[in-house]
Design a protein around this ligand. Sequence first.
Ligand SMILES: [Zn+2]
Length: 469
Amino acid sequence: MLSRPRTMIARPKIARTARGFATLLLAAAVAVSASVNAVAQGVPVVRDAEIEALVRDYARPIFKAAGLANDGIDIVLVNDQSFNAFVTGRRLFINTGALVAAETPNEIIGVIAHEAGHIAGGHQQKLRDQLDRAKTMAIIATLLGAGAMVAGATTNSRGLAGAGMGVAAGGGEMAQRSILAYQRGEEITADRSAITYLNATGQSGMGMLKTFGRFQSALSLSGTQLDPYRISHPMPQERIANLEALVKASPYVDNVDPPTLQQRHDMMRIKIAAYMQGQAAVSRLMRKNPTSLASRYGDAQQTYLYGNPGAALTKTAALIKEQPKNPYFQELRGDILMKVNKPKDAADAYAKAVSLDPARSGLLMVSLGQALMAVGTPDSVKKAVTQLNNGIGRDKENAEAYRYLAQAYGELGQIPAADLATAEGHFYSADYKNAKIFAMRAQQKLKRGEPGWLRAQDIINYTPSNKLK
Ligand SMILES: [Zn+2]
């Protein structure tokens, strides 16, 4: 969605109220249907090919060292400025606030290593299994509900207490009871495991120590910012001291992230700042090194977002000249060209992005599909259908992509396929009522038993469970 700037600029209303996903023991008891409605007003998930690929690259070696599934990890970026991260098994949820707060990849990698330690230790396994079966939107809703409840329970009346919205109704007692998500022993185990994984991959634990140490000191202040991560992961002084000893005993303590990885990290931070936080945040990040590639990337992005598409194109062309194989520079070029209504050129840029992208992100394919639709010839709309289906193939829950696909099928006169795609779009937005209406409409024109008909039947038969049980 960072790749879809117009939705990104319209900052989700929920950003202020969603306090992230803490104290996950709560989640099992949270009524999902209520939360989904609250979240549906402004989806707090952001999508971005570049950031998802980078976080996946952080996680992959750690997961491998931990003996966890190391392929097909879905990265879910939660649009929230607080710090949080959670792994269900095949999905890694991380707040954009955590990514911006981290000055190095190592800080995030350390947190992922700690989370992998919780998984390997079987901590909160039952909840994790429940969450892994649930759809991403339902989890987000549940996690946000849980976070909001915790916020309400721990800050008494001021500020965040109102953040629970309707979701927290009746949940206060539950929040009180399970406020400590992980037990102290589990934290020590997870820290030890994290060091094992970092050692196995030749990485330092200093980033993890820095992050956790920051929480530790922040806890002693009466901060108004409530990081859900800090609540679910208790960090008494002795834990930090033990961790420090482990980190410093490692032969890899002085290892730093490879420069190319650090550069990608810097570009990610400035991108989040540009799209989510505004120009002041970009300037702050640029100040350190105004001529770095990351700074010039941030400059090109904010020129595009807030200023002058022509100048942004020039700045992006300079970036492409410097890194011709960077798919995300091509993507930015495509975004700018879409904004100035040059869909044919945009399609060329997105096509380059797709061909250069080692992660084969479905998002870039969907962008290409949209540009081809905007070109508007029958031939390009047909190509758009192919690209949109490719994108959905990589990314089954992309509700927005189904809506474009429905439009493309509609333009081609393929009405049953359009209705089914509309049904899918509603389905993955958790609007089951409209999903069923369109699935039934599609079925009327489809042959009984064919794949589309069967998929429509699945949607018609789907019963959202009220609880994650
Ligand atoms: Zn922990």
